[in-house]
Write a protein that binds this ligand. Sequence first.
Ligand code: UDP
Length: 414
Amino acid sequence: MIVTDLPGYPSLREYQRIVGTKQFSAIEELAGRLSGVRLQEINSTRYGGGVSEILISYVPFLNALGLETTWSVMEAEPAFFDVTKTLHNFLQGRGGGFSPAMIETYWEAQRQNEGLIEDDSDVVTIHDPQPLGLVEFLTNRELERKRLLWRCHVQLETVPTATVGSIGNILRRLVEKYHAGVFSSFQYLPLWNVPSFIIPPFIDPLSEKNRDLPLSEIDATLAKYGIDPEKPIVTQVSRYDVFKDPVGVIQAFKKVRQKMPCQLVLVGGRACDDPECFIVLREVRETAEDDPEIHILDLPPDSHREINALQRASDVIVQKSIKEGFGLTVTEGLWKEKPVVAGSVGGIPLQIRDGWNGYLVSTIRETADRILHLLRNPELAVEMGARGKEFVREYYLLTRGVQDHLTAVDQVVN
Ligand code: UDP
């Protein structure tokens, strides 16, 4: 089969070097079997957010494999995104009422994007609830000829009610029109009548966020933010969100620092349109009390290389979440051969085996004890880090995501 590397993207052979010939051959074989099948991906944003991060790597990868794949992004007014944010929270089990006006705003955006599904696509993957309703505009003939997958990245916690006209009921009716659903974990399977695939999230080992960096760049990043390269570094990368518990991280760090000199780096985003984010950030600053060993960074959304450098410079990565869909920051830390101390919630236990490639924690005291133990035992940290990297290589890289997705496509097509 023909592999055509796309200009500006990493070569497929680089991925092959990372994951080995066996997995790569399996992917090539699947791509060969699907030769001629036209794929289309549809989501609601080109930049920012986990789904676009995935598609940025994934779409060129499939094209380089010889599978013609297009990526379409729906366009809509800001009011639509307010509605879908409420929808997202509702699906994650965080309340949210839906007025008839909100439901109408949802449908208005679907109508505006009616023609987005291409006539000649064979397998269309629709990501998340935003473009879910586009299925309504396909004729029965099109629905018979095409295969439609709904890829749900949301941590589904709310089982929709049967009340006719309720938002849950509308979603269920739409999803059941698809040929299959794709969910990130068994935990999030809905009780709906749709065949389902489980495909966990993944990271791209050759992206700016994850590729190897020269030591000089890592040193320069530390210097830029006034972080001492000679003193142990503990880092959490996360949006300033209560569920990521940055305040708990500072409290744990303060306990560690009483026993051993070290620094804490909290990396979060400036581009936060979420009013709660400012409240959390204020609380973080108050808890940090201008401590010079606590670096609270507020980085622009495209700071991938700097975050990469900070993760690589760290001795321990923390992700003390109290709720977490999957936790890509955990995957990123493990890939960089760092032991990760993280909350035992959501998708984190799918990545961390307690005591093997990191520690699962629930309390501030436990978090502090585990961090201290790793800082005092650097050889153990190195051992755990090495295991973490191999674990991610096996289960959570882009190549595995492509392999799983093509397996699902193969099953719905053939
Ligand atoms: N991230 C980032 N800048 C920030 C905070 C986070 O680029 O200021 C990235 C982080 O490296 C990871 C993603 O955003 O790739 C967060 O994904 P995760 O699954 O950990 O959490 P989510 O934010 O989706 O709840």
